[in-house]
Design a protein around this ligand. Structure first.
Ligand SMILES: *[C@@H]1O[C@H](CO)[C@@H](O)[C@H](O)[C@H]1NC(C)=O
Ligand SMILES: *[C@@H]1O[C@H](CO)[C@@H](O)[C@H](O)[C@H]1NC(C)=O
Ligand SMILES: *[C@@H]1O[C@H](CO)[C@@H](O)[C@H](O)[C@H]1NC(C)=O
Ligand SMILES: *[C@@H]1O[C@H](CO)[C@@H](O)[C@H](O)[C@H]1NC(C)=O
Length: 432
């Protein structure tokens, strides 16, 4: 019986080898807290599980299912419409928008002049528009304005790339796209024209007052009900390429929708002596590490014992939290040395390069900005968000539902101090 058994052992060795190659690539892409030996420990632990029974061992963390991630990412528009918190006008407007948009194209095909009017949120080649959140945060307010002034809201980005590369209209959602031939070249888009004017088109380039106005509307007229994220999702769903990225990251980091929380650190924001153009992590290390540790404390206070997804405009800051901080040491003590229970698990996607800034980057590659949208949606799929300064973290917080949110840094850049999440545990360790 030598033959079958050697064939069997060959098959086992082959599958182990394939698994090792495969896991090497997985760990190249996504970093769970790692040090040189810690990643190895993770690997061998998983390898053992794989060999024993394909990972279905009792007590092993459940892999997030692809379908759960997809369902949350592409929550059907019909479900948003039945949310009792959504005011009637949103539904009325969505229907009206679809009808008017179609009427416009019908008129164009018939060579008739059309009386359909538009409000365009734009970033054309020569516009100065700011980053992703500067441009996107106004959308729910613009929908409200469009409803009140009978305008069809559209969104057009020409730089750094077409928005359609990242965000697409969900099935049955509000179609904001502007095909290249939608308007004649000579059509005047009336930048900053009044929405209630007679102009056929009026357009805006980032409207910073919009998001605060919408928050105020939610507070004063909706009794504090949060619907910002719902309106956002009536227009924007991740593109196929973005969906694939989000899904693969969430699976490899074992993030289940609504079961983890996030921290966002905008450390290059130009306050507290920081200049975006000559920023370096090393130069501001003591300041930044203080912000970063506090941010994790704030997230842990909001959602105790949860996995925390870390993202930042500076990849070295992510690297610091996952490799050097006392949270990293605590993780190693909990998992490798079994000294105590694991209470703060930090995870991040590949941080070997820095996120490009949508406004400042020289990159012209569409893919170069995918990370920006990936982080936004992953944070938006969690339960809570602790954000710092700048609009991006705040947008992520709004997208996760806005109910479980805290600011770890205040508007001017001062800390909102949260208590040390590991202090009690650390005290117990020291006692031993
Ligand atoms: C705007 O909302 C109001 C209130 O629901 C509604 O009566 C009106 O028809 C809406 N207008 C448009 C253009 O959607
Ligand atoms: C619209 O105008 C174009 C160019 O003048 C013409 O070729 C086309 O037949 C017209 N279409 C209709 C529906 O009248
Ligand atoms: C967090 O985990 C620790 C250790 O397992 C446990 O003692 C504590 O009660 C947990 N806290 C919450 C709020 O679940
Ligand atoms: C951050 O990105 C730069 C390149 O953009 C890279 O050289 C550096 O090693 C990265 N930092 C970490 C902690 O991976």
């Amino acid at each position: 019986m030598a033959r079958p058994s050697s064939a069997l052992s060959y098959a086992i060795r082959l599958s182990i080898a394939l698994y090792m190659v495969f896991s090497f690539f997985v760990f190249q892409k996504a970093h769970v807290v790692h040090g040189p030996y810690d990643a190895a420990a993770e690997l061998s632990q998983r390898k053992q599980e794989f060999i024993l029974d394909s990972g279905r061992k009792k007590g092993m963390q459940l892999q997030p299912s692809t379908s759960k991630i997809l369902t949350e990412l592409h929550r059907p528009v019909s479900q948003i419409f039945i949310n009792p918190k959504l005011p009637e006008w949103v539904k009325t407007y969505a229907k009206w928008h679809a009808k008017q948009r179609k009427r416009y194209f019908d008129d164009m095909r018939a060579n008739a002049t059309s009386d359909v009017r538009f409000l365009i949120s734009r970033c054309l080649t020569n516009d100065k528009c700011g980053g992703a959140s500067d441009r996107l945060q106004e959308i729910p307010y613009s929908i409200m304005l469009a409803n009140q002034t009978n305008r069809v809201l559209l969104v057009r980005w020409e730089k750094p790339a077409r928005l359609e590369n990242y965000l697409v209209v969900p099935e049955g959602g509000i179609d904001w796209t502007v095909p290249d031939d939608m308007f004649p070249k000579e059509e005047n888009w009336h930048l900053r024209g009044k929405e209630d004017s007679e102009h056929k088109i009026v357009s805006t380039i980032r409207k910073d007052s919009a998001a605060p106005k919408f928050r105020q509307y939610q507070e004063e007229e909706l009794g504090g009900n949060k619907i910002y994220h719902e309106i956002f999702r009536l227009l924007f769903s991740p593109s196929e390429a973005l969906t694939a990225r989000i899904q693969s990251t969430m699976k490899s980091l074992q993030l289940n929708p609504k079961e983890y929380s996030s921290v966002h650190l905008r450390v290059k924001y130009p306050v507290k002596g920081i200049k975006e153009n000559d920023f370096s992590f090393e130069k501001h290390k003591s300041q930044i590490t203080g912000w970063a540790n506090n941010a994790v404390n704030c997230a842990a206070e909001l959602h105790p014992n949860s996995t925390i997804y870390v993202s930042s405009d500076n990849n070295d800051t992510v690297g610091y939290l996952l490799e050097e901080s006392h949270f990293a040491q605590h993780y190693i003590d909990a998992t490798k040395h079994k000294k105590h229970a694991l209470v703060v698990k930090l995870v991040a996607r590949d941080y070997s390069t820095e996120n490009e800034h949508v406004a400042f980057s020289q990159t012209t590659e569409v893919d170069g900005f995918m990370n920006v949208f990936e982080d936004l949606f992953i944070m938006g799929l969690g339960k809570c968000v602790a954000h710092g300064v700048g609009g991006y973290g705040r947008l992520a917080a709004a997208l996760c539902g806005g109910e479980c949110v805290t600011a770890h840094r205040k508007h001017g850049g001062n800390l909102n101090v949260c208590s040390d999440a590991l202090k009690d545990i650390q005290r117990n360790i020291d006692k031993r």
